[in-house]
Design a protein around this ligand. Structure first.
Ligand SMILES: [Zn+2]
Length: 228
């Protein structure tokens, strides 16, 4: 690694990750070649994704992989623990809200999936309220504060094991995100008119199972159409 003095900062110059360059080569000779026309059509006509997916940043639970979707199918926003903050037009920086606004108002997406997953580090952090912040900014602690009331109740339950607490909060976080989606007028109005569908799903990274939320009860179960 070479450090070069710039006018305002030190720039770290290092070679681009080899693994990514190799992956890109593979992509170009494989998938891009096979789907060249689709990419060209998408470039010329613009994207028209059928679903907005709100998922966790976790490297093991990529929505495009889990749902085996091609380019242009999913509009994806990822954040720690797949949370949706409540509607708050307060002038602050709201990346998830911005993506939601674009998906619904510009792309006219009419189905949203909140995708949670097992062994979520963000959920673990929410339950471990006594842990020291990872940095002075404690951005994770602040972000996971969106789940604080639920996390505290679960943490207080002596009837649950730590694994059960984690499992429960992973599911609750999905329901909580869906509830917060409904605080956005653009979502609520469309849903009330029957023109917007909100879904929850949970991916078990250890088994590959997908659990889908029942929109009436909020319970999660494996879909009957499962091909496993
Ligand atoms: Zn996660």
């Amino acid at each position: 690694m070479i450090f070069v003095a710039g006018p305002f900062m030190w720039l770290a110059m290092s070679s681009f990750p080899t693994r990514l360059l190799e992956g890109y080569q593979s992509f170009m000779s494989g998938r891009y070649t096979a789907e060249r026309n689709r990419y060209r059509d998408l470039a010329e006509a613009g994207q028209e994704p059928h679903t907005l997916v709100i998922a966790c940043c976790d490297s093991r639970a990529a929505p495009e992989t889990v749902f085996d979707c091609g380019p242009g199918e999913l509009f994806v926003v990822r954040n720690v623990a797949n949370l949706v903050p409540p509607y708050a037009p307060d002038g602050n920086f709201h990346s998830t809200s911005a993506a939601l606004e674009f998906a619904v108002q510009s792309l006219k997406i009419r189905q949203i999936v909140v995708l949670g997953h097992g062994r979520c580090g963000g959920i673990k952090a929410a339950l471990d309220v006594d842990a020291a912040p990872l940095s002075p900014g404690d951005f994770i602690g602040q972000w996971m504060g969106l789940l604080k009331p639920a996390a505290q109740q679960i943490k207080d339950s002596v009837l649950l094991t730590s694994g059960e607490r984690q499992f429960a909060l992973e599911h609750i976080s999905i329901r909580n995100s869906i509830a917060n989606l409904r605080t956005f007028p653009c979502v609520k109005i469309l849903e009330d008119r029957g023109k917007m569908a909100l879904h929850g799903a949970w991916f078990d990274i250890s088994t590959g199972e997908l659990w889908v939320m029942n929109s009436q009860t909020g319970d999660f179960s494996r879909p009957e159409t499962s091909l496993a």
